[in-house]
Design a protein around this ligand. Structure first.
Ligand SMILES: Nc1ncnc2c1ncn2[C@@H]1O[C@H](COP(=O)(O)OP(=O)(O)OP(=O)(O)O)[C@@H](O)[C@H]1O
Ligand SMILES: [Mg+2]
Length: 236
């Protein structure tokens, strides 16, 4: 793959003695958007957590820019240019300003203030509330803060866990629009989702079923596969 940023092969992992990932493969090129589709409990969150080093890989390998990072810490991976936005995304008991400061912690010190100011310019709703607690924001604004926090470290790849979770369709559209703009500026995205609206952003789609990646291809190829089309779009 040209300009390969992230590649994971044969990942296996789980909780205690319970195996959840049984051979997951995923790759993201520089500037590419990959949507990881999967039903409840398929293992999407687990896969993202293993990619970020928040859980160990029992088997398999992960590379960033071709370098093996399978045994690196989360912080080391973040320093290589990967940001992670969990489903919660923000620290509700901290102010907006402090959330962004935490997000920028691995950026070069001299670049942090400028990175945060640039984000306030992109998210004016947040700029007006920088001393407010993140927990006081609406669900949609909180999601925007989560995105801003993740981007405050100037990552090249943003890994997101179900950005649509808990949002009204109106806010989902807003999140899609915001992500679309950063994508157009060259940010690579890996988005775990159940909401097929996110396929509009995708260069490629991966499907995860019971801990295994079973399909990788374009959205058009997914539509062309009758079984997958039925599974993910509910059409008969
Ligand atoms: N902390 C945990 N301890 C034990 N088992 C867990 C834990 N977290 C998740 N699991 C189990 O691992 C499996 C995969 O869960 P995971 O959260 O990765 O799925 P998911 O695809 O993200 O689902 P969802 O769409 O509901 O977020 C499920 O069977 C789940 O019950
Ligand atoms: Mg999940």
């Amino acid at each position: 793959m040209a300009d390969e940023l992230l590649r994971a092969s044969g990942l296996e992992s789980g909780y205690g003695g319970v195996q959840v990932l049984w051979g997951a493969d995923i790759a993201v090129a520089a500037g590419e958007t990959v949507v990881l589709l999967g039903a409840n409990g398929a293992g999407k969150t687990t896969l993202l957590r293993v990619l970020m080093g928040l859980m160990p890989a029992w088997r398999g390998t992960i590379t960033l820019d071709g370098a093996a990072v399978t045994h690196e810490t989360t912080d080391q991976r973040v320093r290589r240019g990967v940001a992670y936005m969990s489903e919660l995304g923000v620290f509700p008991d901290m102010t907006i300003a402090d959330n962004l400061r935490i997000g920028s912690r691995f950026a070069p010190r001299a670049a942090r203030a400028a990175a945060i100011d640039a984000l306030y310019a992109r998210f004016p709703d947040l700029a007006g509330k920088r001393r407010s607690l993140a927990g006081s924001l609406s669900g949609g604004q909180r999601k925007m803060l989560g995105i801003a926090k993740a981007l405050a470290g100037r990552p090249r790849l943003l890994v997101m866990d179900e950005p649509s979770a808990g949002l009204s369709p109106l806010y989902v559209a807003e999140v899609l629009a915001v992500l679309g703009r950063f994508r157009a500026e060259g940010l690579a995205l890996l988005i775990a989702e159940q909401n097929v609206a996110f396929l509009d952003l995708a260069d490629r789609v991966c499907t995860l079923e019971r801990g295994r990646t079973v399909f990788t291809g374009t959205t058009a190829e997914l539509h062309a596969n009758d079984a997958l089309e039925r599974a993910y779009f509910g059409l008969t």
